[in-house]
Design a protein around this ligand. Sequence first.
Ligand code: GLA
Length: 732
Amino acid sequence: MKRLFLFVAICLLVVNLFAQDICISTPGTSLVLSAPIGGDLTHVYYGNKLTDAEVRVIAQIEPNNRSAYPVYGLGGFGERALSVKHADGNMTLQMTVTGVKSNKEGNANITIIEMKDKVYPFYVNICYKAYQDVDIIETWTEISHQEKKPVVLEQFASAYLPIRRGDVWLSHLYGSWANEGRLAQEPLAPGMKIIKNKDGVRNSHTAHAEVMFSLDGKPQENTGSVIGAALCYSGNYKLRIDTDDTDYHHFFAGINEDNSSYSLAKGEVFRTPELALTYSKEGLSGGSRNFHKWGRTYKLAHGNTLRKILLNSWEGVYFDINEEGMNQMMNDIASMGGELFVMDDGWFGDKYPRNVDNSSLGDWVVDKRKLPNGVAGLVKDAEKHGIKFGIWIEPEMANTTSELFEKHPEWALKAPQRDHVLGRGGTQVVLDLANPEVQDFIFDIVDNLMTDNPEIDYIKWDANMSITNHGSNYLPKDKQSHLFIEFHRGFEKVCQRIRAKYPDLTIQACASGGGRANYGVLPYFDEFWVSDNTDALQRVYMQWGTSYFFPAIATASHISATPNHQTFRTIPLKYRIDVAMSGRLGMEIQPKNMTEEEIILCKNAIAEYKTIRPVVQLGDIYRLLSPYDKLGVASMMYVSPEKEKAVFYWWKMEHFCDQHLPRVKMAGLSPAKQYIVRELNRIDNSPLKFEGKIFSGEYLMSNGLEIPYTHTVDYHKLNDYSSRVLYLEEVK
Ligand code: GLA
């Protein structure tokens, strides 16, 4: 008996010696893994921050049989993160831990768990980057081998996470052109949920590569535990949530492997895109705040620099570009207090002028018939008006009617033996970004523009076509399945070169509207165009969804004309302003068609926005009442980090007589602080009852303020819309 006891004790000691529990932490979260050398890497815990003592206990009591990165071939039949075919035909992997490395990178701790197959010289590093000032852990893998011949990667997720079953709900975004960023929320049920994109270019149309899991039942904005995940990739992706016969939902995220099997050469390292994970106890809005802080600090270009208020020419003049018209628009936005003018599509093309959407992409030379003094002339005009100048390009594309296509038809993606499947205007094609010559060409578009006109402050980078022709003239025959991946590698290389040379340039990611709202592109871009749909009512839904993952500073939101050009809905200017002011404010309108009264309203709104801009663009979001709940009103707010300022938005979503709308309680304020309330963009004849009054944060968060359902305006100005923006400032 005594001997047996001694034997067990020695065994335990040995196990302990080799067992390595790894705790990866951020200020408020912990991820615990078990990584015994020579053993399996298993997932133990992800959630609220643990103490060292808790980590030790939890590592002993939590189930220890959930692989942290399941591979295919041996044991079990569930979904897998990685599946390969070795050159000898073997379809299996068996990975064991060979080492754990850690280091520091800026404000983050990096942990790399090295694994090797038991038999084959096949290696996977599971990498974690844990930020020490925001609650985000990025995770990705590095896959390589030293086998004699290439190994084919069939499935290659960035990460896997088991999520304990219970009453778990998924929140995710879907939509398409003119209806991007729509929120869908559903309980996770048995079976497989797949969220994916296969566009090839624009990966946030159809669906988004970010999700949130509400762990405590039906999603709540400001309470309950939430896990959020955002795949930082600009190309095709697939998120899988498999709910099988175990206690877990199995969540996988990575590049979409469909039509993309990858032949990995000896010594080559395949790095999967990062999956950013967050955990919050403060509901969905808490998850969003974590993503926004990380996004601003570490992901998007110039994430902590306030954005300029701009006028974009598109909905104002469309392709009707000329010097006089541009000058007039610049003058108008400058006199309203704007800071930047962006000339959209229609300014280029020599042999083929760009008058409609069926020609000239690729010919990035100024159309001198429209702009005799070139871009330089416009830049000078902008300077004269005291504003900055920006310009539209769509550099990854060409039209078959273009000098570029005549010279380099081989640069367009096309399947051998097949005719082109053409895009916009019946003539658009996508350039082969896998080809380094094409990469140079695209870099030169920006470089030439900037060299000739160093004053250009802003570029709107558009992309209006999917990869509808699977074929690259550049890639060898046996690597055609690399096309989607190589396209995005090429895109990223170009972006890196542009950013290295032009670090201060502001660049907007537009892709037929909101087709490129993702954290794969944002490191190179300052913002994205949420949607070509500028209808304020529909924007409430789209911007609400978008705010789950992306901060207001990146969310371009413009005041446009009425009736709206996409929905033909007539919405009063006050409402259009109040919605646009909840994002990165801009205008997309012909100012010369506005009345004097409208100009004054916009001028005033721009001045007010300048006051609240730091709170909106750098503050913390608290969503209060969702438009998707159909309660007749939607409401949200931003609070400054020190909680001494806040902006509250209230948008009525529908109008009926005898309505009984909920009174909205505020959130995120300091209970003890006293706030003075002031209405912005006021159109009412008399101020609100609480105008200029002082309330404690406690009162505002427990009771909210009674917002009148309609505006007190003259009879002929009454309409069915109603909205309010309140500015709260601490009174000491
Ligand atoms: C796309 C963009 C629009 C506009 C046009 C120009 O549709 O989303 O904002 O720039 O292209 O052709």
